[in-house]
Design a binder for this molecule. Structure first.
Ligand SMILES: [Zn+2]
Length: 67
């Protein structure tokens, strides 16, 4: 199993950058909405780690625990 560092890129399209999304608040002021958008495939995400790595998903092989 390799432990080399992962490249900081989109896991889907390989783009190396993303942008923070802006939104307009109730008072009309622009601010960061707390979400990001990939500059390559335009997916939205809230966490750059999620952009780089696949979101945590249940293992397909796992079945119900016997308990
Ligand atoms: Zn992308």
């Amino acid at each position: 199993m390799s432990s080399t560092h992962r490249p900081y890129r989109c896991r889907l399209c390989g783009a190396a950058s993303y942008q923070r999304l802006l939104h307009r608040g109730p008072d009309g002021a622009m601010g960061y909405s707390g979400t990001y958008r990939c500059s390559g495939c335009a997916i939205d995400f809230a966490d750059p780690i999620e952009w780089r790595d696949a979101p945590a998903e249940p293992e397909p092989g796992l079945t119900a625990l016997s308990h």
